[in-house]
Design a binder for this molecule. Structure first.
Ligand code: PHE
Length: 346
């Protein structure tokens, strides 16, 4: 942890431990260069409190890049809660109230938003105690769930990847593996099926897979085999770190475009993909639709059509990134990061 904390070039971490529930929470503020930090609140069954913090650190850096790519007047941050799942189920309000207290103590330096295992209802609850959140429910004046627009952004990332790697945008007959079919992955599957793609899904939760099979007749693959299944495009929509020194040599796809955060385990994996000639749509661009939803509706007061257009532009940004990476002979992640960093300097 010392190593990941020292490698993290962020501003600060605010943390607290709730004795009664055993929950540990961390708000990681990576950058306020463009404005107050913002990013999702993730609750997960981490193996230890410091693993949660480590995840928050990495995710907060990615948020800085995501906000810059979206031209949002916000910096990057992320918050994580380590808690036993049974305790969470029994004491969710208590834990969220403690989180709200920590959030309020930052007086707006960080804004929370939904993420893994948190949603608009949780934002409503937190808002009653601290107003620094995005994506409350529509009934409470918020923009609601980001799921649809996150999936839509990933769909445009897939179209751009098909255009660049396969020569045409048309997805008819293209084989696409969607790894992880929770909210975002599930919505993406529906878009891909409607576009005529041949979709294969996988998830550790068999009931999610079964529901997509019955609704759309998609094919399935075991979670352990998803990443290495032969296909045109792989769409990672589960957790991070799945592209690494072990999996990259085994990949059998032409391109990767998915909504999961932190898909590359290490920075070197960018070059590994480049060497293998696999086109990689950097995750902080491919998953930026959720930010455009929250920021577009709530800060910029955009209409649905304007949000849709901004999300569609993520595809154009990716085509520019792919072209820059090709011209400079770098990995695509490096090219995207350079573009994002140029927006941090202003
Ligand atoms: N959870 C979102 C993400 O990872 C973060 C977010 C959504 C931030 C909406 C602000 C507004 O991209």
């Amino acid at each position: 942890y010392t190593q990941s904390l020292c490698a993290w070039a962020g501003e600060f971490v605010a943390s607290c431990h709730d004795k009664e529930t055993g929950a540990s929470m961390f708000i990681c503020v990576h950058s306020t260069a463009r404005g107050p930090a913002a990013g999702g609140l993730r609750i997960k069954a981490y193996d230890a409190p410091l693993s949660a913090m480590e995840d928050g650190l990495r995710l907060s850096s990615a948020m800085t890049l995501k906000m810059a790519i979206c031209d949002a007047p916000l910096g990057g941050g992320k918050s994580v809660i380590f808690v036993d799942p049974a305790v969470l189920a029994a004491q969710r309000p208590k834990i969220l109230a403690r989180f709200a207290m920590l959030l309020e103590s930052l007086h707006g330096t960080y804004y929370g938003a939904p993420d893994m295992n948190t949603g608009p209802d949780d934002m409503d609850f937190i808002y009653e105690r601290s107003r620094y959140v995005f994506c409350r429910t529509a009934e409470r004046g918020g923009s609601g769930s980001t799921t649809h627009h996150t999936a839509l952004g990933t769909f445009h990332a897939i179209l751009a990847s098909a255009e660049f790697a396969l020569g045409r945008r048309d997805l008819t007959g293209r084989s696409i593996v969607v790894q992880g079919v929770g909210g975002v992955g599930g919505a993406l599957v529906e878009m891909l099926v409607r576009a005529g793609a041949r979709v294969t899904v996988s998830d550790v939760d068999a009931s999610r897979v079964a529901s997509l099979v019955s609704r759309f007749g998609v094919a399935t693959v075991a979670p352990d085999d998803a990443v290495t299944t032969a296909c045109d495009i792989l769409a990672p929509c589960a957790t991070g770190g799945i592209l690494n020194a072990r999996t990259i040599p085994e990949l059998r796809c032409a391109a990767i475009a998915g909504a999961a955060n932190n898909q590359l385990e290490t920075p070197e994996d960018d070059a590994r993909l480049q060497e293998r000639g696999i086109l990689y749509a950097p995750d902080f661009v491919a998953s930026a639709g959720g930010v455009l939803h929250g920021v577009g509706f709530e800060l910029w007061k955009w209409s649905e059509a304007q949000v849709d257009q901004a999300v569609e532009r993520l595809g154009g940004i990716l085509l520019d990134v792919f072209a820059a990476a090709k011209a400079d002979k770098t990995g695509t992640r490096e090219a995207a990061e350079r573009l994002a960093r140029s927006k941090l300097l202003k």
